[in-house]
Design a protein around this ligand. Structure first.
Ligand code: SF4
Length: 409
């Protein structure tokens, strides 16, 4: 879980407060003209999964009320600073947001409603671990106005769930989907992971068939990445497990893309499929490189030509806000060149690609002028198509995305 494009590395080298950077670079602090996507990071987990390297902590449940107060203070300050901007989506990510008691979630939503102009049609999403859910919690969550639930299922095989160190069993995952439906959720995402050590194609096929039989509106499929210093990485390094096979993972991805297309899902982003109209609006904001505001420990923001990141340690974050200090630790101004590169790198993840007219409207330059040579080179490699309307990845480009994105860094 976590901010949904963990693979997109934001380089933040400047540790100066944003206002200092703003003054140094003469960037104006202007209210955003575009609705903002609000990300709320909930950094608590009951236990640590074997593959996880996110900013998340176990054993800190006692700090949840103080953490909620800190998040509400940060939201209030952001509302004042940006002149109560319009907010079109709220996304609770983590960590395990479904560990947060309902009264605390309610406090955060009330703070957002008070500080921002929240659209009546706002998409409100929450990531949930199937091992933490009860029917009563799901009912109350729905009554709070959360309409989109993203369930971290990962696999429908108990042996694989155990390998990943997940809290839940496949039976609990099915029960969580059923309980979510009974509670009135009509917009469900299931997160699944493929490319596990020793995972056979037929196991992955069973997992995906089980998932589609549950008829979720949205599916996110992630290839397992072995991150350094995780228990899984240590097991592989010690020879206790084989490393994932990238060719087999590519076969799994291609099989999934064909199967989900036949089942009526639209492959709208490299790792994401949705029923028509059920694409995640919050995540589309990231991929279109539009403004977002992240609150909470370790959250990142992108607004008003600046990127910034908060303190990652939840207790340090709580202390900073309680003392009236900014929780921001790293800020960097973003110039037009970098913004164009980010827009390409993120936009190419989408099936819609990067539209030439939108690019010109945003930057006042033709795509041809800025990237013509690069786009032709990538076309020659069969990684990209460019028909004058939009630049888009080919199926091969989707598999080899990093070979494309590196040209826009
Ligand atoms: S539930 Fe597992 S994968 Fe998700 S943030 Fe917590 S430890 Fe990481």
């Amino acid at each position: 879980m976590g901010e949904p494009f963990a693979t997109f590395v934001i380089h933040l080298h400047n540790s100066q407060p944003c206002d200092t950077v703003r003054a140094m670079t003469r960037i104006r602090s202007t209210p955003p003209s575009h609705p903002v996507a609000l990300y709320v990071h909930v950094p608590f987990c009951r236990s640590r999964c074997a593959y996880c390297d996110f900013d998340t902590y176990t054993g800190l449940e006692f700090a949840m009320p103080a953490y909620t107060d800190a998040v509400c203070r940060e939201i209030e300050a952001a509302g004042e600073r940006w002149g109560s901007p319009p907010v079109s989506t709220i996304y609770f990510g983590g960590g395990t947001p479904s560990l947060l008691p309902l009264p605390l979630l309610r406090d955060i939503l009330h703070a957002a409603q008070a500080a921002f102009r929240l659209s009546p049609a706002a998409e409100i999403s929450l990531e949930a671990n199937p091992g933490t859910l009860t029917s009563a919690y799901l009912h109350d969550l729905r009554n709070l106005g959360v309409q989109r639930l993203s369930l971290g299922i990962q696999s429908f095989h108990d042996a694989e769930l155990e390998l990943l160190g997940r809290l839940h069993t496949q039976a609990q995952a099915r029960a969580a989907v059923a309980a979510a439906r009974e509670s009135g959720f009509r917009n469900l995402n299931l997160d699944l992971i493929y490319g596990l050590p020793r995972q056979k194609l037929c196991h992955w096929q069973e997992t995906l068939r089980t998932a589609t039989a549950l008829e979720p509106e949205h599916l996110s499929l992630y290839g397992l990445a072995i991150e350094e210093e995780t228990p899984l990485a240590r097991q592989i390094a010690a020879g206790a497990l084989p490393a994932p096979d990238p060719d087999r993972a590519a076969d799994m991805y291609e099989w999934a893309a064909e199967t989900l297309a036949q089942a009526g899902y639209r492959h709208y982003e490299i790792s994401n499929w949705a029923r028509s109209g059920q694409e995640c609006r919050h995540n589309l904001t990231y991929w279109r490189n539009e403004p977002w505001l992240g609150v909470g420990a370790g959250a990142h923001s992108w607004l008003d030509h600046c990127r910034w990141a908060n303190l990652t340690d939840p207790l340090a974050y709580i202390q900073a806000t309680a003392e009236g200090r900014t929780p921001i630790i790293e800020t960097t101004p973003v110039g037009p060149e970098q913004e164009m590169g980010d827009t390409m790198m993120l936009g190419l993840r989408l099936a819609e690609g990067v539209a030439t007219d939108r690019f010109r409207a945003r930057f006042g330059l033709a795509l041809e002028t800025v990237y013509g040579e690069t786009l032709r080179h990538l076309q020659d490699l069969d990684l990209l198509t460019w028909d004058g309307q939009a630049a888009r990845l080919t199926p091969r480009g989707r598999l080899l995305g990093n070979q494309v994105f590196v040209h826009f860094v």
